[in-house]
Design a protein around this ligand. Structure first.
Ligand code: FAD
Ligand code: SIN
Length: 524
């Protein structure tokens, strides 16, 4: 089946929803999402959204904190722009129905997280993402101009490649005309032709074994753009959240928000000793790269599988009032956080790199924009400052929507794109192999491309990945397309980009730490 739209939005997290709401005034929107509409990283966000509200905070301080966390790789113009436009977009979220906690005097109740010099995180208890997702989904469902297609998996972008241009010359400007989308329920592949495409497919956490991200986060958008020959950058900067609840049976790992450390919780070794003072003067509130590496080091020293987070110095009233979700979850697993220490481990959490976009959110491919976690805007550099992600997503969705609205009138649908052709392919014989290969990939990434890297580990990861890639491509070319094989293929592409870019960076900076180059080098 083939359908036409003005705007194709891929992804239903904060970035996709905000962009769709903003462009709906200017044309027909088709929003596809590979699972349920609220199956997103956004839905899991706990801590909140960073923005400057009251003195003594200032934009200058937020900018400085972001630059410091980014360890020399942030784009200063972008940082200034996002911080400056953040407040207006937070107001927009409120206008669209999002609630943030306030104090009895009516002011926002502002939390603090690692790397922030002031309390500046607006939040809704410890379920901010859930609240944002709820409000935006409600709003979007009331928009007649937006068609929502759940359980629709975008497989590949439509570009000149699909028009039979077997060889695209190096200088050809690649253009995007929409996407091939697999209907997970019927297994049919739709050709969605669109004037403008917005990729908002989120992060990559699931290419690692231990992650805070739900299953949808497999880097599909990055893989699609990479295959379409778009520019991808900074993939080596994978952020591990320091404190996920240690529970071998649970995927995704349940997050224990950094805001709880902002409230005074302490990290302790397996045998109950404070250790963060050895690593940074800011102790528990150092930036995430430092805290995650410190925990990793302490686990290696003691041989333990976790460290502890001690919240017992925080009153029961505060824990239950500010962190009800965490309190309840821990209690369900037998931990009373008012009395017991919480066992925690670092877990893959966020990708700082991704599809390179300019200050308008434009990718290197014509008529293709990207926003949210999938995009590399230059805001985060080598390490994202906590709670800057939701902020970046809304600011860029707004900017991209404005420019898209200006351009849409001049773009035509490309009717030369053929429908998907799967002649000569058969049903996959052993789907179990795909599942096993996906698990193998997660092991490769967790074992060799984690918080601490080395040349040997990266080399080993690449040689294991090459075998997986060969086998998967062979299967992909001869079998009918299925959601699982597409997901595996995307995850392999993303893993390749991470390993390749990590191997190229001959220094340690921000989230990328290589024991063979422990020092910071010249910027590359
Ligand atoms: P997502 O919200 O992940 O949405 C991606 C969408 O794309 C989903 O709808 C998915 O189904 C869809 N999709 C993916 N691939 C395809 C495909 N092939 N076809 C169709 N659809 C596809 N950030 C903060 O700023 N503050 C926080 O407090 C915070 N807490 C966090 C806590 C947790 C546990 C996690 C996991 C993340 C947290 N983050 C936080 C990070 C932040 O939540 C994410 O970076 C942000 O929500 C990403 O939004 P997004 O719209 O880019 O992607
Ligand atoms: C957290 O609440 O600790 C997560 C915040 C973030 O990832 O920005």
């Amino acid at each position: 089946m083939s359908k036409e739209t003005d705007f194709l939005v891929i992804g239903s997290g904060i970035a996709g929803l905000m962009y769709a709401l903003k462009v709906a005034k200017f044309g027909k929107v088709c929003l596809v999402t590979k699972s349920k509409i609220d199956d997103t990283n956004t839905n899991y966000a706990q801590g909140g959204i960073a923005t400057v509200t009251y003195k003594p905070d200032s934009k200058k301080k937020h900018i400085e904190d972001t630059l410091k966390a980014g360890d020399g790789l942030c784009n200063k113009d972008v940082v200034e722009m996002v911080v400056s436009e953040g407040r207006e977009m937070v107001e927009k979220l409120i206008e669209y129905g999002t609630k943030f906690d306030t104090k009895p005097d009516g002011d926002f109740d502002l939390a603090k997280e690692g790397g922030h010099s002031e309390n500046r995180i607006l939040h809704y208890k410890d379920k901010t993402g859930f609240e944002i997702q709820r409000a935006l989904v409600e709003k979007i469902k009331s928009c007649p101009n937006i068609e929502i297609l759940e359980n629709h998996f975008a497989i590949d972008l439509l570009t000149q490649h699909q028009m039979g241009y077997a060889v695209i010359r190096e200088k050809t400007k690649i253009e995007c005309y929409g996407a091939y989308v697999l209907n997970n329920k019927t297994n049919e592949i739709d050709t969605i032709l669109s004037k403008i495409t917005y990729i908002a497919t989120g992060g990559i956490g699931n290419i690692y074994h231990t992650t805070t991200n739900p299953e949808i986060a497999t880097g599909d958008g990055i893989a699609m753009v990479y295959r379409a020959k778009g520019i991808i950058e900074n993939m080596e900067f994978v952020q591990f959240h320091p404190t996920a609840l240690y529970n071998l049976k649970e995927r995704p790992s349940f997050l224990i928000t950094e805001a709880i450390r902002g409230f005074g919780a302490k990290l302790l070794t397996f045998d109950g000793k404070c250790f963060m003072q050895k690593y940074d003067v800011r102790k528990e509130l150092a930036s995430r790269d430092i805290v995650a590496r410190a925990i990793d080091n302490e686990m290696k020293i003691s041989g333990s599988e976790y460290v502890y987070l001690d919240c017992t110095n925080i009153s029961k009233e505060d824990l239950e009032g500010h962190f009800p979700n965490i309190y309840k979850k821990c209690l369900e697993t037998g931990i009373d956080i008012t009395k017991d220490y919480i066992p925690v481990v670092p877990a893959a959490h966020y990708l700082c790199g991704g599809i390179k976009v300019n200050k308008k959110g434009r990718t290197s491919i014509k008529n293709l924009y990207a926003g949210g976690e999938v995009a590399a805007t230059g805001l985060h550099g080598a390490n994202r400052l906590a709670s800057n992600s939701l902020l970046e997503a809304v600011v860029y969705a707004n900017i991209s929507a404005k420019i898209s609205a200006k351009k849409i009138g001049k773009i035509k649908i490309n009717n030369e794109i053929p429908n998907w052709n799967d002649e000569g392919t058969n049903d996959l014989e052993e789907m179990i192999l795909i599942t096993q290969e996906f698990k193998e990939l997660q092991q490769i990434m967790s074992n060799y491309v984690g918080i601490v890297r080395s040349n040997l580990r990266l080399k080993r990861a690449m040689s294991r990945l090459e075998i997986l890639n060969r086998e998967t491509e062979k299967q992909y070319n001869k079998s009918k397309v299925s959601f699982k094989i597409c997901r595996l293929r995307n995850a392999i592409n993303v893993a390749y980009l991470i390993i390749e870019m990590a191997a190229k960076r001959k220094e340690s900076r921000g989230l990328h730490y290589n024991i063979d180059y422990p020092e910071k080098g010249k910027l590359i």
